[in-house]
Design a protein around this ligand. Structure first.
Ligand code: ZN
Length: 258
């Protein structure tokens, strides 16, 4: 693996052990723009024009400082921005497996990709191979397992779509650095839809929370439940992302929990 040092000033002391690896896409036009943003101690709106930003925004508007531990370019170059023993700023408001504020306890990897704002480009093979190798090393270093690798959209489903439905989660699982559900029968599993209430909805929420999502068990298929189902599908059922828990979606979730 080719690692290029590109130190970012955007970090602080880490108090908690690393428990998760969080994968992102950069969602910007190119690697250089993303690296500049991740290393900028005083980011201002005018420096990062793009479709994600209101064009009416004053260019002098201060943006939040951001960083990640690594950034993997399309050609497979790995940039190291923040040492793993420091706390980088990539997750924001987030929750997974009962932990909140995942910056405390995760290593963040930004994967250079334009994302939804740039038509969801494919991830080049060399880039994915590099991400797999890098994640494998991080898991070994911190004694973590494949189930400790998550996407930004898993831990912040109300705000984030990255690394996006084009990201090859299944491939990562085949390489042992993520999880993927075994084929499961969905016979007898009825579709649960927004607005529904009852024990089946409560069980769905319980299962989603057991997998890791920060989702309260209200027994009502509320907007938050729909958002979490949408996020689940983005990762495990990219051919259907509609926030409706049909039989197959429910069966995939059951298979992951087994
Ligand atoms: Zn992200």
């Amino acid at each position: 693996m080719r690692i290029v040092e590109r130190p970012s000033p955007n970090y602080e002391a880490r108090e908690s052990p690393v428990a998760f690896v969080v994968l992102h896409y950069t969602g910007m036009q190119d690697a250089e723009t993303a690296l500049a943003r991740l290393c900028d101690p005083e980011p201002m709106a005018g420096r990062y024009p793009g479709p994600w930003q209101d064009p009416a925004l004053d260019p002098e508007t201060r943006l939040g400082r951001a960083s990640s531990h690594y950034c993997v370019a399309e050609d497979g170059t790995i940039y190291r921005l923040v040492p793993e023993d420091k706390r980088a700023w990539h997750a924001g408001l987030s929750s997974w497996k009962g932990k909140v504020g995942l910056n405390d306890c995760s290593v963040g990897i930004e994967i250079v990709n334009g994302g939804h704002d740039f038509g969801l480009p494919d991830f080049p093979e060399v880039q994915i191979k590099t991400v797999i190798d890098l994640v494998r090393e991080i898991l070994a270093r911190h004694k973590l397992t494949a189930s400790d690798v998550v996407g930004h959209s898993d831990i912040a489903p109300e705000r984030k779509y990255d690394p996006g439905e084009k990201f090859p989660w299944r491939r990562l699982a085949e390489e042992g650095v993520s999880v993927w559900p075994r084929a499961a029968s969905f016979e007898g599993l009825e579709t649960l839809s927004p607005g529904q209430t009852g024990e089946a909805v409560a069980a769905l929420q319980r299962d989603l929370a057991a997998f890791g999502y920060g989702l309260p068990q209200t027994g009502v298929y509320d907007p938050m439940t729909q958002t979490v189902v949408d996020s689940f599908q983005r990762r495990f059922r990219p051919e259907r992302i509609d926030g409706i828990a049909d039989g197959k979606t429910r069966a995939l979730l059951h298979a992951l929990l087994r």
